[in-house]
Design a protein around this ligand. Sequence first.
Ligand SMILES: *Cc1c(COP(=O)(O)O)cnc(C)c1O
Length: 363
Amino acid sequence: MTISQLARANVLALEPYLSARRLGGSGDVWLNANEYPLPTAYQTHAGNLNRYPACQPPGVINNYAAYAGLSPEQVLVCRGADEAIELMIRTFCEPGQDAILCCPPTYGMYAVSAETFGITRRTVAALPGWQLDLAAIEAQLTDVKLVYVCSPNNPTGNIINPADLKHLLEITRGRALVVADEAYIEFCPQATLAGWLADYPHLVILRTLSKAFALAGLRCGFALANPEVIQLLLKVIAPYPLSLPVAEIAEQALSAEGLVLMRDRVAAITDARRDLAQALSECDCVLEVYPSESNYLLARFTPESQAFKALWDQGIILRNQSSQPGLEDCLRITIGTKTECARVITALRALPVAAERTRGEVL
Ligand SMILES: *Cc1c(COP(=O)(O)O)cnc(C)c1O
């Protein structure tokens, strides 16, 4: 037998998640991974690396609980929100039996994590406007243990209607958990479901330091849930999920000073997003710019502009969303620095547009 023949069948069949990093490219304007465009300054003093770290460092847990308005028993810290997506599956789904459900177009890791563990992935396409198709979801709930909902949704940028989320929580009560991915919630803090945990024992909220906290390289994320769920996740998580330097930096990022810096970044990105949306809507190669509550914009381009490749060739790397259902000719653009946004607009203005096409026309 070859080594490949020894691998699990579902791993051989798996299409791995193509992260922005894996997709590569070479350039000097990186707007494809929803990172914060500038580095942040943190100090680590971790000296005693001969000792293992705490599984759940109290300084990180307590600071995050205070920030989220929850008790420490409702917080789990892990290696990025991506690990939390996977921990949910490993904790709640029986391979070959249970399913997860998600609503594309959305974040790709829910499906990839499920497939890695041999869990059926069921999809219910979002409605126009990228809201939940609740009737179709309800009809598809048999064997579903986890429903992943991303709000604000990546890559579309919209918030899921709170009334629909309530309805989803009602139809799943006693049957499945609802995992609300709030990776971008700092850009619209009023939309968090954290206050709903008291009413819904089957609600789990995912958070991260990778976006508004400008720490994608740190690899630190959180699951917020009722203590019963947290205790189950703690049975499955690795014994030492965070290294000592990670815990030390996360604690600083979540201190009072850290939160002030985060909120300043959010305000600056929100301003820059408004300016970029306006400038994009004035480009002839742009058909539509969708409203966004996050640190990125989704826009639909004229097919003939070949915008993704043209900018890629100039070292401006955006995220092509064309392969997602309903997102033909759509690109996701992370809000960068003012200079980076200006580079995007200058490059787009130079692109060819078919003579007969008028702006705003819907294909
Ligand atoms: C970026 C992102 C994540 C992953 O966050 P990490 O903490 O960096 O693993 C999860 N969900 C969504 C929707 C994201 O956009």
